[in-house]
Design a protein around this ligand. Structure first.
Ligand SMILES: C[S@@+](CC[C@H](N)C(=O)[O-])C[C@H]1O[C@@H](n2cnc3c(N)ncnc32)[C@H](O)[C@@H]1O
Length: 222
């Protein structure tokens, strides 16, 4: 069932934030007409923590942090140079982390393979066992990889908390992006929302609420 959500004009400027990123020479591989509505959705929920799997230079982490409550905890799980990554992204990611700390956030950069159970255990430890209130999955986009991330972090989440997926669109020229195989199952199980500007060109953001997912979820292959 689709989540009812009407985006009203925000009190902040997406372009101003994006310009700040540009000035720091940090890339933002997101479509503004998909990412701004995501920020507006998240702003209404006021989560006190955010876990992002797949950070690269920190563009999406910075943008999402702009609407997080002051003093909240932000955890990035990202290993530079893995799928859709670059070995040299760590320096810029550190710079974003320092900026967010200066803004008053508690920031942890977990540089480990996100799909391993011990990585999820470290995230849980960093949160002192508190449940994840918002989860952004934008790491490995292969079916097995995104499924492993979902299975690893979903059990740590607060009931009804949102899980965001990037690249839910099935684009013919991007066969390695397989998030859609998982997305099309998840959206049958729990309330969901999609921001997809140009399905055939790829990208697209999907949000699903963490309710009934574990019990109803039995996907083993695509
Ligand atoms: C698409 S980029 C993230 C983009 C970022 N969310 C943004 O919008 O600015 C994916 C990142 O996930 C990392 N990654 C991919 N698979 C991973 C894995 N199994 N464990 C940890 N990091 C991984 C890559 O190295 C890369 O930095």
């Amino acid at each position: 069932m689709p989540i009812e959500f009407t985006a009203t004009p925000p009190a902040w400027s997406y372009d101003d934030y994006w310009n700040e990123l540009r000035a720091m020479e940090i890339e933002l591989p997101q479509h503004s007409q998909e990412f701004q509505p995501l920020m507006q959705f998240l702003e209404k929920l006021q989560p006190c923590n955010l876990v992002e799997v797949g950070t690269r230079e920190g563009g999406s982490l910075f943008m999402l942090s702009r609407i997080m409550p002051p003093g909240s905890t932000i955890i990035s799980v990202d290993l530079p140079g893995m799928a859709w990554g670059r070995k040299d992204s760590g320096v810029r990611k550190q710079r974003i982390a320092e900026r967010l700390r200066a803004d008053g956030f508690t920031v942890h950069l977990v540089e480990r393979d996100s799909s391993l159970p011990e990585t999820a255990a470290e995230v849980s430890q960093l949160l002192d066992g508190a449940p994840i209130e918002a989860l952004f999955l934008d790491g490995d986009h292969a079916f097995d990889g995104v499924l492993a991330d979902f299975r690893n972090y979903q059990p740590l989440m607060k009931e009804h908390a949102p899980i965001f997926f990037h690249d839910i669109a099935q684009a013919p020229h991007l066969p390695k992006v397989e998030v859609h195989y998982l997305w099309r199952v998840l959206k049958t199980l729990a309330p969901y929302l999609e921001f997809v500007v140009a399905p055939h060109w790829g990208q697209g953001i999907g949000i699903v609420l963490n309710t009934g997912l574990a019990a109803g979820f039995d996907l083993k292959t695509r």
